[in-house]
Write a protein that binds this ligand. Structure first.
Ligand SMILES: NC(=O)c1ccc[n+]([C@@H]2O[C@H](COP(=O)([O-])OP(=O)(O)OC[C@H]3O[C@@H](n4cnc5c(N)ncnc54)[C@H](OP(=O)(O)O)[C@@H]3O)[C@@H](O)[C@H]2O)c1
Length: 349
């Protein structure tokens, strides 16, 4: 059984459908039995079990599902207790992509390995979309000197509220400030530094700037490179906004302002809009000590579809007993090929 926590949400419901399509048995977990049953009916999963609880960790510890997929967000606080509840033997998957939550989950490596469990953090376009390219380029080669990754998601907007889970992720990213790896150490850098316009392999263009995403940590872990930069298309690249971002991030460290920002952001209503570009792209440029440089592109369609596929594929593979035991980013646990199973292709230009 694969439990989907936050199954009424945008990604939770998609992951549940895709777990079922891959032959897994999804169990929909959330805070309201009524909302869960409606979601199950809407998804054509009327037979799926639903579990309403305000304390998912306690339910997991007593009912012992094979795999838990956490889509409730707030990973800096929710990931560790929920992952620990899966021990021993149960597996855990989340969609974190920030530099607070991911190191906390990865710090459980020894506990997970000793318990025969696999904990995977970052099983979405955010992390796997670039990590897979780095792992693909670095396979069977020595650790490179330098890595640059660029995450360029393209996502269709569905009508509705932004929601608290996503709002907490965005605010958490802004408050971290910029980061990069220099000589093997993660050091502060200016938020939205290094803006870049990419000529994409399909002839379109996209912009990105450096941000404190989990992709930075994953690129470092997957390559072993001492110098790493990660940029993302989710950060604004306009000069005026880039100039005020560091100050906005510093202000949001004040807890009362942070709560206010999360509330306001969560309530923002969106009108439906098609995805801005046909494809989502993950890009990596890897340079070795002898000066050799290689680059490659991961191409996916809508980044949210890729995210749902990646999380479902990870969960189903872990349920089958695949993957290394311990706490990992997705390609480190299951290989770069996971991204291809989630619908992407990776190639050199
Ligand atoms: N790495 C990536 O590429 C990637 C991509 C997409 C999303 N994400 C992350 O995935 C998470 C989910 O995103 P989403 O768009 O699916 O969010 P969402 O639509 O708001 O869904 C989250 C669900 O979790 C439940 N929930 C929210 N707050 C909770 C809390 N405090 N305690 C327990 N349950 C809670 C809610 O269900 P109930 O109210 O019914 O219980 C809600 O439906 C976010 O953190 C987002 O940043 C990552």
């Amino acid at each position: 059984m694969i439990w989907i926590l936050g199954a009424t949400g945008r990604t939770g419901r998609e992951i549940a459908t895709r777990v079922a399509a891959r032959g897994g048995t999804p169990v929909l977990v959330g805070r309201s039995a009524e909302r869960l049953r409606k979601t199950a009916a809407d998804l054509g999963l009327g037979d799926a079990d639903v579990i309403a609880t305000d304390d998912p960790a306690a339910e997991i510890a007593s009912r012992r599902p094979a795999v838990v997929v956490n889509t409730i967000g707030g990973y800096a606080e929710t990931a560790v207790p929920i992952a620990r509840a899966c021990l021993p033997g149960g597996h855990y998957v989340d969609l974190a992509n920030d530099l607070v939550a991911m190191p906390r989950l990865l710090a459980l490596h020894d506990e997970a390995a000793a318990g025969g469990s696999t904990f995977v953090t970052g099983a979405g376009f955010g992390v796997l979309g670039t990590e897979a390219v780095v792992a693909w380029l670095c396979a069977d080669r020595p650790a490179p000197r330098q890595v640059r990754v660029d995450a360029l998601p393209s996502v269709a907007i569905t009508a509705g509220r932004l929601g608290e889970a996503l709002a907490r992720s965005i605010v958490s990213g802004l408050t971290t400030g910029g980061r990069r790896y220099v000589d093997g150490r993660m050091v502060p850098a200016r938020l939205a530094a290094d803006p870049r316009t990419h000529a994409l392999p399909d002839g379109q263009t996209a912009k990105s700037a450096a941000g404190p995403t989990g992709e930075l940590l994953a690129a470092h872990l997957a390559s072993g490179a001492p110098d790493v930069v990660a940029t993302t298309g989710l950060l604004p690249t306009a000069p005026l906004i880039r100039a005020i971002l560091p100050a906005a991030g510093a202000l949001l460290k004040v807890p009362a302002l942070q709560r206010f920002a999360v509330r306001r952001m969560a309530a923002m209503e969106f009108k439906p809009a098609p995805r801005p570009r046909e494809h989502s792209w993950g890009h990596a440029v890897v340079t070795w000590a002898d000066g050799t440089t290689r680059e490659a592109w991961l191409r996916a369609d809508d980044a949210m579809d890729f995210t749902s596929n990646a999380a479902a594929e990870t969960a189903v593979r872990l349920a089958r007993g695949e993957g290394l035991r311990g706490a990992y980013t997705p390609a480190c646990a299951l290989g770069a090929e996971l991204a291809e199973a989630a619908g992407a292709t990776i190639s050199e230009p």
